[in-house]
Design a protein around this ligand. Sequence first.
Ligand SMILES: O=c1ccn([C@@H]2O[C@H](COP(=O)(O)OP(=O)(O)O[C@H]3O[C@H](CO)[C@@H](O)[C@H](O)[C@H]3O)[C@@H](O)[C@H]2O)c(=O)[nH]1
Length: 344
Amino acid sequence: MSAYEGKKVLVTGGTGSFGRTVAQRMLTLGVDEVRVLSRDEEKQDAMRHELRDGRARFYVGDVRDALSVERAVRGVDYVFHAAALKQVPSCEFFPLEAVRTNVLGSENVVRLSEAAGVSSVVCLSTDKAVYPVNAMGMSKALMEKVAQSHGLNDPDAGTVVSCVRYGNVMYSRGSVIPLFIKQVRAGKNLTVTDPGMTRFMMSLQQSVELVEFAFMHAQQGDLFIRKAPACTIGDLATAITELFESSSRVDVIGIRHAEKRFEALASREELARAVDEGTYFRIRADNRDLNYAIYVDEGDRSQSQFDDYDSQSVERMSLNEIKDMLLLLQPVRAELAAAGITVP
Ligand SMILES: O=c1ccn([C@@H]2O[C@H](COP(=O)(O)OP(=O)(O)O[C@H]3O[C@H](CO)[C@@H](O)[C@H](O)[C@H]3O)[C@@H](O)[C@H]2O)c(=O)[nH]1
């Protein structure tokens, strides 16, 4: 029997790439109900038609609005909190909108889940929350703090709240892979910001597995990352032009608002209190008491032994490895087939 059988699951931001995949999976695993809370009724309608399953229930609403969260979370067992403002450039122009959704909205989800007796909440975060330089990352870093403060402030809390951090999810909506593919298919040059920039790459499938791992294993305040390889954006562009047998070239356009040249999935400070679980790292919350007088004589010496887990120093994917990973993605295979290329 699966952990989801007979349970009610809420996915906030449930019409995105992650939400749709996880909802589909929950239905095959025998949930009693999967609820989707999101703002866009049109996307919900499309998803309703795609799923065609009476156990999928749709709630139009916004995590910023306590009332809509309260309604959606009533009677629910598990929450996957994916609703977020996640585009780096737009959050630079509207940082307070990022605070409203990513910080205050998350606080609504955590607080109202506890009030509704939910047993586990997993909050989705990003590598951009580590040493953040942009408003999106900063707001996600604060979301993580909100999630961890839940257990710090109430050690007897009935709801386990955990976080997961993603790298770049390949082929997610609005991201660079579908853009590069569109460009090569239109015979245009690829707009590469900086060929030496590196990013952690993971598939949608791996991101769902990470959330499920957190859900199954989390203790109060834990944060999980998946160990992932990284690639340069220059190699990614080359892999795509080669796969599509294209003669498109690269135009180096320079980096966008508030981008980093490389990302970190975990800081050295966090790795010092992390547990290596094979595919994943479990980063425990710093559960020391607020009464610092007790600790004044015993700080944490272990931190000096670790380096950041960043996309510049982890295993670098070769061109062939990037191609293999791209070929595992169904939408990439469909684009190749549509371009008349024989898919291996
Ligand atoms: O025309 C373009 C657009 C992007 N890039 C580069 O491609 C990489 C990936 O860009 P993109 O797919 O837009 O992702 P990120 O800006 O890295 O952010 C994504 O990945 C994050 C995880 O790091 C998520 O949190 C964000 O929500 C998601 O938008 C970056 O190095 C960009 O500089 C280009 O070279 N050319």
